[in-house]
Design a protein around this ligand. Structure first.
Ligand code: F6R
Length: 323
């Protein structure tokens, strides 16, 4: 896994040359649904926060089997599944097609690409053979490309975005420092709303690669409940706060608050000129940190046996799903 994360820069450079296959039926879109799970679903969250700031039409993330009832012929549904075989995502894509939605997909293959080809819908095929979570930059760039087809532009400078993955030594250094800080702890990752996908990505990477429990707290909602939980920790050594920095008075407030309480805290600053590039750089740090933590903990980063178990359960149990 470490090698996969260390090759993200080169992977992203190749992804810049991806093309969208197939033509949209319509570009007359008035809402967007982003559907995906786990390592593919996090791309939906990232795109969501970027569009939240700049889109004039509503955007929703679906991480479920069910498709919103309001999906119609003016809805763009973008299905993202690295394997192309994730039942939740396949179900949303198929139901959206039934509802007459404009559908596009991003995948490395599987059933999703078969559907895209047979229905003639726009799709981007990414490189296969990786763990979905290690394919993050290519999934992200592929979705950016797919959305551009519909006039939805997320990035001013693709070179700048990819460029943040080139600072390998710096990223490795921060990741080693964080490994030291987070080992033997239950990390609590705190961010503001904009950086929520990065906090979530960090948690997911610690779960999947390091086999660790972790929690996410999002400001300003944090200040209405989580904040109180810090007043009396069950174990002051065990709970560690990782705060995702942003030039935001509320983040300053949270850092001061936790420091005053004597909480063990690490403030993470990421590189980049845009929200998207900062999230991408932070995700690179998360990936490497989680593989180093796997090594320290003596577990295999690439194995996710429990997810395989869940997927087998789904396949055996839900034969009625439309896949
Ligand atoms: C495994 C991983 C998982 C998968 C998820 C959905 O590396 O990250 O979270 O991403 O089970 O599978 P895909 O991405 O194939 O749709």
């Amino acid at each position: 896994m470490e090698a996969s994360y260390l090759s993200w820069y080169e992977m992203a450079l190749r992804a810049v040359n991806y093309s969208v296959l197939g033509l949209p039926r319509t570009k007359d879109i008035n809402k967007v649904v982003l559907a995906g799970m786990g390592g593919s679903g996090i791309v939906c969250d990232v795109i969501y926060v970027v569009l939240y700031e700049r889109s004039e039409i509503p955007v929703t993330v679906v991480k479920d089997f069910k498709t919103p009832r309001w999906v119609d012929s003016k809805t763009l549904v973008c299905g993202i599944s690295y394997s192309g075989n994730t039942l939740e995502t396949l179900n949303v894509v198929l139901r959206s097609l039934d509802l007459g939605a404009e559908v596009c997909v991003v995948s490395s293959g599987g059933r999703l690409v078969e559907i895209a080809k047979s229905r003639g819908i726009p799709h981007v095929i990414v490189e296969s053979g990786l763990q979905p979570r290690a394919a993050f930059p290519q999934l992200l760039i592929a979705v950016i490309k797919a959305l551009t087809t519909y006039g939805i532009n997320l990035v001013e400078d693709l070179d700048e975005l990819v460029g943040v993955l080139g600072f390998k030594d710096l990223t490795i250094g921060i990741s080693k420092e964080l490994t030291n800080f987070l080992k033997d702890s239950i990390p609590v990752i705190i961010s503001n709303f904009k950086f929520y996908p990065l906090a979530l990505r960090f948690k997911d990477e610690l779960n999947e690669n390091s086999k660790m429990m972790a929690k996410v707290e999002v400001i300003p909602e944090w200040a209405h409940n989580d904040i109180v939980g810090w007043e009396k920790l069950v174990n002051e050594e065990l709970i560690r706060a990782l705060v995702i920095w942003d030039d935001d008075p509320l983040i300053e407030f949270a850092v001061d608050y936790l420091r005053e309480l004597g909480v063990k805290i690490y403030v993470l600053k990421t590189l980049g000129n845009s929200l998207l590039s900062k999230i991408l750089h932070g995700s690179h740090i998360a990936g490497l940190t989680s593989t180093y933590l796997a090594e320290v903990r003596g577990v295999r980063a690439d194995e996710t046996r429990s997810i395989d178990k869940y997927k087998k359960f789904l396949r055996d149990r839900y034969t009625q799903l439309r896949t």
